[in-house]
Design a protein around this ligand. Structure first.
Ligand SMILES: NC(=O)c1ccc[n+]([C@@H]2O[C@H](COP(=O)([O-])OP(=O)(O)OC[C@H]3O[C@@H](n4cnc5c(N)ncnc54)[C@H](O)[C@@H]3O)[C@@H](O)[C@H]2O)c1
Length: 372
């Protein structure tokens, strides 16, 4: 199979869909790998690394799209990329079609087969191609929170870990899923006093069993959440209700009860945010202040560490990519129902029910698409 990896063209996207490591594995499986010149440079992978892995460097994206049977990317294809897709070609990337009718219509019109990272599942009910980015964002949250707590950034001037004789910062993490667990681990590792709030008792039991005394757990009643938000120097918002906007768990009125200069890091901002006063920010201008409380609400936190994020995403996508290349998409999806869950578009038909519901488009069952 000819696998193609173009350079990402969405603004501020420095990740790349294929690492040199994944390129090497694909070549070892007998596939041809074509990478656009400079595709990996934002993530610190020069063309020479791909060439050493056995890939060929193409001068332009047009060349990659024209030659490849399977295109691997990170972000949803932009309009100019969608125009290059063709019938029979397979696209493997993040798509997020439900809020994006323009992209959906273009992908349907292309005739291509499009498999979305974000809807591929695993045996535990998780989303294995979303989890790595949650792990990255979770581990970043205390790091950016510690920075925002510095006086020059508007924060309280509190050091997360304290020093001998001085109490460490108090950190509340609301939501103990993938983001929350990684945030709590890092904050605790930096020496902060950490409490994780969640509404799932099985999740709280798991955290207690695995992490013991590293951090505390509390059931996320409104009263417990308010009490901890008021007492904390740093609050990390990490809740998710799948398929829904994030619930607003801290109101504007509550800000005045918080410590002046405390910091809110709203990781759930990509789902609308879980603090009433959150609005999405960018890496160029990540923080703002409301009623004396510093807010950090960057919607694509993993972009700050493009190299780590690319490697983490590459590790997670590689087995699926190799299955698609080795067997062809039909057999790979027939053999693996979790990969089949990633099928969103095939030959002009939408194949993912939730997207069809959101956009009012008829859906072909993915099982039938396998035979189409
Ligand atoms: N900003 C970014 O760059 C970025 C990057 C990755 C993920 N995210 C977002 O972070 C959020 C969390 O993702 P995740 O992978 O950890 O999800 P997850 O499903 O693993 O965890 C979410 C947790 O929230 C808990 N929860 C739900 N409602 C709650 C409530 N009212 N109070 C307390 N806990 C509640 C759930 O029980 C679950 O344990 C999502 O919105 C995700 O899209 C953002």
């Amino acid at each position: 199979m000819k696998i193609g990896c173009p350079k990402e063209i969405k603004p501020q996207e420095f990740r790349v869909g294929l690492t040199p490591q994944a390129a090497r594995e694909a070549v070892a499986h007998g596939h041809t790998v074509i990478v656009e010149a400079g595709a990996g440079s934002g993530a610190g992978f020069p063309d020479a690394d791909y060439e050493a892995a056995g890939a060929r460097i193409a001068a332009t994206a047009e060349e990659v799209f024209a030659e490849a049977e399977l295109i691997v990317k990170v972000k949803e294809p932009q309009a100019v990329e969608r125009a290059r897709l063709r019938e029979g070609q397979v696209l493997f990337t993040y798509l997020h079609l439900a809020p994006d009718p323009d992209q959906t219509h273009d992908l349907l019109a292309s005739g291509a087969t499009c498999i979305a990272y974000e809807t591929v599942t695993d045996a535990g009910g998780g989303l294995p191609l979303l989890a790595p980015m949650s792990e990255v964002a979770g581990k970043l949250a205390p790091q950016v929170g510690a920075w925002a707590l510095q006086k020059a950034n508007g924060g309280r001037g509190v050091l997360l870990g304290g020093v001998p004789g001085v109490r460490p910062a108090r950190v509340a993490v609301i939501g103990g899923g993938v983001v929350g667990t990684h945030a709590a681990r890092v904050a605790a590792g930096m020496g902060a006093e950490v409490t994780v709030l969640d509404r799932s008792l099985p999740r709280l039991r798991y955290l207690d069993d695995v992490f013991g005394r590293a951090f505390q757990t509390r059931y996320a009643s409104a009263a417990a959440t308010a009490e901890l938000v008021e007492a904390s120097d740093l609050v990390v918002g990490a809740v998710l209700i799948p398929g829904a906007a994030a619930p607003k768990l801290v109101s504007r009125a509550q800000l005045s009860a918080m410590k002046p200069g405390a910091v809110l890091v709203d990781v759930a901002i990509d789902q609308g945010g879980c603090f009433e006063t959150s609005r999405a920010t960018t890496h160029e201008d990540p923080i703002y202040e409301v009623d004396g409380i510093v807010h950090y609400c960057v919607a694509n936190m993993p972009g700050a560490v493009a190299r780590t994020s690319t490697q983490a995403l590459g590790n997670a996508t590689m087995p699926f990519l190799l299955a698609l290349a080795d067997k062809g998409w039909r057999q790979a999806c027939a053999d693996d129902p979790h990969l089949l869950n990633g099928l969103n578009v095939h030959a002009g038909k939408l194949t993912y029910a939730a997207v069809g519901m959101a956009l009012g488009i008829d859906v072909l069952s993915p099982r039938l698409a396998l035979k189409a």
